[in-house]
Design a protein around this ligand. Sequence first.
Ligand SMILES: NC(=O)c1ccc[n+]([C@@H]2O[C@H](COP(=O)([O-])OP(=O)(O)OC[C@H]3O[C@@H](n4cnc5c(N)ncnc54)[C@H](OP(=O)(O)O)[C@@H]3O)[C@@H](O)[C@H]2O)c1
Length: 282
Amino acid sequence: MSTVPVIQLNDGHDIPQLGFGVFQIEPVETAEAVRTALEIGYRHIDTAEMYGNEKEVGQGIRDAGLGRGEVFITSKLNNGYHRADDARRAFDETLSRLQSDYVDLFLIHWPLPTLYGGDFISTWKVLEEFKEDKRARSIGVSNFQPAHLDRLVQESETVPAVNQIEVHPYFTNDKVRLYDQQHGIVTEAWSPIAQGAVLDDPTIVSIAEAVGKSPAQVVLRWHIQRGDIVFPKSVTRQRVKENFELFDFELGGDAMTAISSLDRGDTGQRGPHPDKFDYIPE
Ligand SMILES: NC(=O)c1ccc[n+]([C@@H]2O[C@H](COP(=O)([O-])OP(=O)(O)OC[C@H]3O[C@@H](n4cnc5c(N)ncnc54)[C@H](OP(=O)(O)O)[C@@H]3O)[C@@H](O)[C@H]2O)c1
């Protein structure tokens, strides 16, 4: 079985560098998908209140017969709950759905700078409370740009442990990654294989042929060697297994550079721009 490296966060806690993402997995399929991933060897699950499947994530872990302490769980505060009391209530509900008295990592899902009077600082201070009372072992953010992070660094006591952002070969997002790195924040790369869109790329296909691995394995390995955390999503057992087998090969410098050169800048971005995104789910 592969051994997944751990990364130490700026608060001293360890996080497995490879996990399993559950965005867009239907609640009815989630417990089974999580159990499959855990059977294969994953020990890190990335969910969110917005995904609507926290309860089933907790169920999948119990179905796998694993103790709570054996799996690293991340969840995220939904966009409608940034006000302090709403955030406290939403976090209570996240824990109750997971049937756990803590999460390993809790994130503000989006900064929403055009909502709440641009105030994500008071929301962050509520996450500091969760860290203080140990119900969130670590706290971090998602989709924060350098300008948003600057404000957190200046106006609060806690530097986020992670920043979870869109990163893949067509959108390498190196400006934000560099900011993270310079401030002791670990980058987590969401949509690491661009939901499949990079897998037919001729550069990636030819590197995959040369190293005898699949295009998905090559792209995920590129992330790992860049030092980012990844949690690819799949409901297909064979792919879940394939995505876990990343630690018995290495990409050379030329291959790393060739993949990084596929960056298309802002046009490669698939998700919404964090400066503008203002979606509040029903
Ligand atoms: N913070 C945020 O705002 C944010 C946003 C997006 C995602 N995320 C997180 O990041 C995780 C991963 O991102 P994502 O789910 O958007 O996309 P992704 O992991 O880049 O790609 C998932 C898609 O690729 C397919 N796939 C997976 N492995 C494959 C393989 N080995 N070969 C071929 N196809 C494969 C899956 O198909 P099947 O499932 O049909 O097999 C699925 O359609 C999410 O689950 C979530 O935890 C966070």
